[in-house]
Design a protein around this ligand. Structure first.
Ligand code: UDP
Length: 418
């Protein structure tokens, strides 16, 4: 597996580490359990890292030197692709022939490396986009900068070169075909998963609130994720302001808490204080609580404690946090974009909202404020719904794609050699 720009060993929820990191870790562990050994190549982003680290039995993370360790942004990485590819081929050269059976690349930067090494090693290339420049650019938040043309060209090359593409949802597969002219026969849909051992209702909302020191009867709309314009945490703050304007008594102590769990990322890094300042400006200083990213066990308690997870993103290829929150028995109020309509069942496990008007988010939150039993009712259905997203199913689906890619690759090689 190739994960050039972010390491599976990084804490997700800030910087470049997010759902893709969780995806690679969980998928690799499940693949290893099914008998497919995995080696994940990632760029060394700190000095003194060991060349290889065992992440789990059968899963090895290899650090590749390419460019300066720290302080290199994702936008600067294309200049280091040659160095990275060189590092990967050096490691491969030290192995027995036929060491790798297949290359699985994640995100377009890795796809560029995968394109080259898969061809050189004579093995199939399977690629997962995770996000697509054209889709992202069509749904930018106000003031967010568009993805460059070089990325669009790079993605188009990978779509052509890959033996198989893996899309998170049927919608993403359709976007690959529509925007990148992908071959539908070579585009498979495999849903990401949720670690159902970690993300489960456990001892419930009251116990989680007690552990986190949160008021028992408060309305708690929770934001979890990387703080960047695309994820629109500001929209939640505007919605909370609207809610308070409708019912100022919600500002009384113990009635409303708005936790934001995660760190700055991408274009959000340019002004990391922006969201805090917005909270101050909207008069929400005492209600909004910022928390740095946390590990998955602790995160599960945040989900359980919330009345609802709010995910107002402009674009989301799947939205793992929406699936995780539901698995913990918490409903989700989400923008009806990307994979979220697959993850959230409107009116059954939460609410899907068209557009990005804070008033509509405030309407949804008002329903929770008016009906204290709503979180539990929708949450029970949410926990059941989320059970269909286990990582074991993702791994089984991925193995099928590997098999199909291997067969068609062999067939193509045979045809090419007469
Ligand atoms: N996450 C985490 N700790 C945090 C915040 C987020 O581990 O404090 C993880 C979360 O569990 C989820 C991932 O980061 O698996 C975010 O994935 P998502 O698909 O929601 O968004 P992405 O980051 O891929 O845009």
């Amino acid at each position: 597996m190739l994960s050039v720009h972010t390491s599976p060993l990084h804490q997700p929820g800030t910087g470049d580490a997010g759902g893709m990191n969780v995806y690679i870790v969980e998928l690799s562990k499940q693949l290893a359990a099914l008998g497919t050994e995995v080696e994940i190549f990632t760029r060394a982003s700190a000095g003194g890292l060991p060349p290889a680290v065992e992440l789990a039995p059968g899963v090895l993370v290899r650090h590749v030197d390419a460019g300066p360790y720290e302080g290199l942004s994702k936008e600067e990485l294309p200049a280091q692709m040659c160095a990275f590819t060189h590092g990967v081929t050096q490691i491969w050269a030290g192995q027995l022939p036929g060491y790798f059976d297949l290359v699985h690349s994640h995100y377009w930067l890795s796809g560029q490396v995968g394109w080259l090494v898969a061809e050189r090693w004579g093995v199939p290339l399977v690629h997962a986009m995770h996000t697509m420049a054209k889709v992202k650019n069509a749904a930018l938040a106000a003031g967010d900068s568009p993805e460059p043309a070089a990325r669009v060209i790079g993605e188009t090359q990978i779509v052509r070169a890959a033996d198989r593409l893996i899309a998170n949802t049927a919608e993403e597969a359709a976007e690959l075909v529509r925007h990148y002219d992908a071959d539908p026969m070579r585009t498979a849909v495999v849903h990401p998963g949720v670690n159902l051992d970690v993300f489960r209702p456990a001892d419930g909302r009251a116990a989680a609130r007690a552990r986190l020191g949160l008021p028992q009867h408060a309305l708690i709309p929770l934001f979890v994720g990387r703080i960047q314009p695309l994820k629109a945490p500001d929209l939640l703050l505007y919605a909370v302001r609207e809610l308070l304007d409708r019912d100022p008594s919600l500002a009384d102590p113990g009635r409303l808490v708005v936790p934001i769990v995660g760190g700055p990322s991408g274009t959000g890094l340019a002004r990391p204080e922006r969201l805090r300042r917005l909270a101050d400006r909207l008069g929400l200083t005492d209600l909004v609580r910022f928390h740095p990213p946390v590990g998955q066990e602790r995160l599960a308690d945040w989900y359980r404690a919330a009345s609802a997870l709010v995910m107002p993103s402009y674009s989301e290829s799947f939205g793992l946090v929406a699936a995780e929150a539901q698995a913990c028995g918490t409903p989700v109020v989400a923008a009806a974009v990307g994979g979220l309509p697959v993850v959230v069942r409107d009116e059954a496990t939460g609410y899907l909202i068209e557009g990005h008007d804070p008033v509509h988010y405030a309407d949804a939150l008002a329903r929770f404020a008016a009906d204290p039993g709503l979180s539990d009712r929708l949450g029970r259905a949410a926990a059941l719904h989320a059970r269909r997203f286990g990582w074991a199913a993702t791994a089984a689906g991925t193995v099928s794609v590997y098999r199909a890619a291997t067969e068609s690759h062999r067939f193509a090689l045979r045809s090419a050699h007469g």
